[in-house]
Design a protein. Structure first.
Length: 223
């Protein structure tokens, strides 16, 4: 089924930019946890947070809490199933997770770290494949917000990392943000894929990209 119109489409209306060279802090062809684990981001509560509602998080009428498949206290994580988009993620204990018909959302208790996972139909979004999506989104956002700096690069496993720096702070944020997009092409089908987005405070960017590596390692897509 083709995706319905969504807010993501506006990001792809600008001109494409070439893939940029990564900064030294992000060099290499793969994400690296830097020795961190989910315990470095977790609040040890045995998974209690995932059973609490949060009326402060915006969502449509179909938003529901996501299913907890298991809690691994010793590893500081819970395995969460986003049923509507057929994705399983491990996220730190102490977080919360919800979903609606098109996306899964997870966020830390203080909401400084925010994660969204989507399915993407590249053709519907007006691009030909994952590489085109990554470069086009960066170019579009920079054309709308010149202060934002975007860099995209291909990783060794064929996924694409896009890093947005100096993203304006949102409501409740105390500083600008750094946002990481991981664009994942579907094996055997260049027209489809997934998008994993993690936003963190700019001062936490170094830790944020290590968390992204952990999320990627523990992500399972049912294509």
């Amino acid at each position: 089924m083709r995706q319905k119109e969504s807010g993501r489409r506006v990001f792809l209306l600008g001109a494409a930019v070439a893939l940029c060279t990564a900064t030294p802090a992000q060099a290499g062809n793969q994400l690296d946890t830097g020795g961190l684990t989910f315990l470095d981001f977790a609040t040890p509560d045995n998974g209690a947070s995932f059973h609490r509602g949060d009326g402060m998080i915006a969502g449509g009428p179909n938003q529901v809490s996501s299913r907890v498949l298991g809690v691994e206290t010793g590893k500081g994580l819970a395995r969460i199933r986003f049923e509507q988009i057929r994705v399983t993620l491990a996220v730190p204990l102490g977080w919360q997770a919800t979903e609606d018909w098109e996306r899964g959302v997870a966020y830390s208790s203080d909401k400084r770290y925010r994660l969204v996972v989507w399915r993407v139909d590249f053709e519907f979004e007006g691009v030909k494949d994952a590489e085109h999506y990554a470069s086009s989104k960066g170019g579009a956002i920079q054309s709308r917000r010149p202060a934002v700096k975007a860099q995209a690069r291909k990783l060794g496993d064929g996924t694409y990392l896009v890093v947005f720096e100096n993203v304006p702070k949102g409501q409740g944020d105390s500083e600008p943000r750094t946002v990481f997009d991981l664009v994942i092409p579907q094996p055997g089908n260049s027209k489809r894929g997934a998008l994993l987005t993690l936003g963190v405070p700019a001062s936490d960017a170094g830790r944020g990209i290590k968390l992204l590596a952990l999320l990627k390692e523990n992500m399972k897509m049912d294509w």
